[in-house]
Design a protein around this ligand. Structure first.
Ligand code: GTP
Ligand code: MG
Length: 192
């Protein structure tokens, strides 16, 4: 898909403020700092559309981006941000949960995990949650530029095994050098 326009629409901080934009939605979830905002920027060829940050926990809101007036990218708050208070974490969890369970426009969830590390218990829980609610997802292994090419296959296998999914169901990407982004666009285009 050629991205002609990519516009920030709004930030939502609480579950009762969620809006129906009547466009197909593609949501990005994953632990804090895994690269959700960077991936949205890379996919849209915009440097600062979604705020990427070296400070974990930056995106505490649900951010909607309108792509080509055809679909929405939804940047969800990162989970597992250790420095956040229990109350704050519970609030994000509720916000993410309400969004995932109630958005009638959600076409696919992209669950991001860092290719360098074994997925965490929180990532496993996220997949269980998505299975439970019958919400379709793809797993994206981010930051592939950070490991040598010869080790990518080994890392993808580790990610798949820990999550109990097939190796072919993991899309490895880099927002830095833009490898793998076609695979995500293929998924999106197949659902429009
Ligand atoms: P929260 O908003 O806190 O949940 O984080 P996030 O998942 O949106 O992560 P973000 O995109 O802000 O990226 C976190 C850090 O990882 C930033 O310093 C990015 O520059 C870096 N990063 C993200 N993607 C990549 C990648 O593909 N390669 C490399 N080398 N760095 C990346
Ligand atoms: Mg972010």
């Amino acid at each position: 898909m050629i991205v002609k326009s990519a516009d920030f629409v709004t930030s939502v901080a609480s579950k009762d403020k969620l809006i129906n934009y009547e466009l197909p939605e593609f949501a990005f979830v994953g632990r804090s700092n895994v690269g959700k905002s960077s991936l949205i920027n890379a996919l849209t060829n915009r440097k600062k559309l979604a705020k990427a940050s070296s400070t974990p926990g930056r995106t505490r809101l649900i951010n909607y981006f309108n792509i080509n007036k055809e679909l929405m990218f939804v940047d969800l708050p990162g989970y597992g941000f250790a420095q956040a208070s229990k109350t704050e974490q519970a609030k994000w969890q509720e916000l993410i949960g309400t969004y995932l369970e109630s958005s009638g426009n959600l076409k696919r969830v992209f669950v991001l995990v860092d290719i360098r590390h074994e997925p965490s218990a929180k990532d496993v829980d996220m997949l269980k949650y998505l299975y439970f609610y019958n919400i379709p997802f793809n797993v994206i292994a981010t930051k592939m530029d950070k490991i040598p090419r010869g080790q990518i296959d080994k890392h993808v296998t580790q990610v798949a095994n820990t999550l109990g999914i097939g190796k072919g169901d993991v899309i490895a990407v880099s927002s830095e050098d833009k490898r793998g982004l076609d695979g995500i666009w293929q998924v999106i285009e197949s659902l429009l």
